[in-house]
Design a protein around this ligand. Sequence first.
Ligand code: PMP
Ligand code: GLU
Length: 397
Amino acid sequence: MTALSHRITALDESATIKMAQLSRDLKAKGHDIIDLSLGEPDFDTPEHIREAAKLAIDTGYSHYTPVAGYPDVRQAISRKFERENGLRYDAAQIVISNGAKQSIINTVLCLVNPGDEVILPAPYWVSYKAMVQLAEGEPVVLSTTISSDFKITPEQLQAAITPKTKLMIFSSPCNPTGSVYTRSELEALAAVILQYPDLYVISDEIYEHINFMGKHASMASVSGMYERTITVNGLSKAYAMTGWRLGYLGAPLDVAKAVDKMQGQYTSAANSITQRAVIAALEGSEEPLRNMQAAFLQRRDLVLSLLKHIDGLKYNIPQGAFYFFPDVTAYFGRSFGHHQITDADALCMYLIEIGGVSVVTGSAFGDPNCIRLSYATSEEVLKEAIRRMEKALEQLT
Ligand code: PMP
Ligand code: GLU
């Protein structure tokens, strides 16, 4: 047996990716599985973006790019930040990476020293905790419930801060709860953060455009927070480009330079072809984006109407992203055949094996009472998936 490092043996496998792989494996063996585990749009990437990438291939964009990305692409991102978020980041403050996931780990590795505490409002996105652990930081999890729409309060934040606190990481719209912080809620959190000059925030805004509440609010645009915030975004969700791998951040110049140095040793840069498609995505026709947004809202409402018939589930009404995060504690202690529902993990295994529906356990997101289901799939598939879930859950006694 190879003596692998403690770093990797202690690392949890990504639960979202694990469930998606389990679904693929079961499907390959002939099982009929509906996969609501992986959070990715089912749409094709809009045509004008695909055309931009094809042109890049045919016109010789085949070399390494500058580590932080092509200057004109960073300028397009700079314009996006100003236009959509009211944020002024120069191109030098922007670093493009292979997905928002890499933007986040780059930042965590640049800011967190061993032993530093990192506040994670829970439910949090699955990889934040693993990233903090990779940096040998200490995750400090702030629990929330449906009653506060899964959002933390300023008092909760204040109580969690210690002299070791370095960073807070959160997403709004939130994966997995779909909760969206309003500007005034962000201002109230900022009032606490600004009392601590060494405390930074990674504001993960990857679901910015899947927001049913109206205008998106960026933490960095709250008075005083610009110097404390690393704003992360990307193309995966809004433009249905998960496989293209393109994320970016805007940050104070010293943080952006540190991330550039880190990335120079890790991956050199993001993919050149994908980078050339960024300008088309950010500055081309918005029609495909609007159509996808409308479809997500319609699906959210459909799932809401279907879940109403399942008595055991309690949930908030998601205002963004494309997930439901129901509390499933009503089923704990029940069983069917050899399936004992001891916790949310067991319920997920039951749902995939007996119901033929793949979802992700809430424990991966810091809430062991819930499960996450993604509704980024067609209405037809959603209807069948919820029908299966309902049937499987009814069988539990
Ligand atoms: N942050 C959140 C909250 C996410 O759900 C995801 C998953 N796609 C990411 C970051 C990473 O996205 P990307 O595909 O850009 O790496
Ligand atoms: N972010 C998506 C999710 O939460 C994709 C999987 C991943 O990157 O973990 O399902």
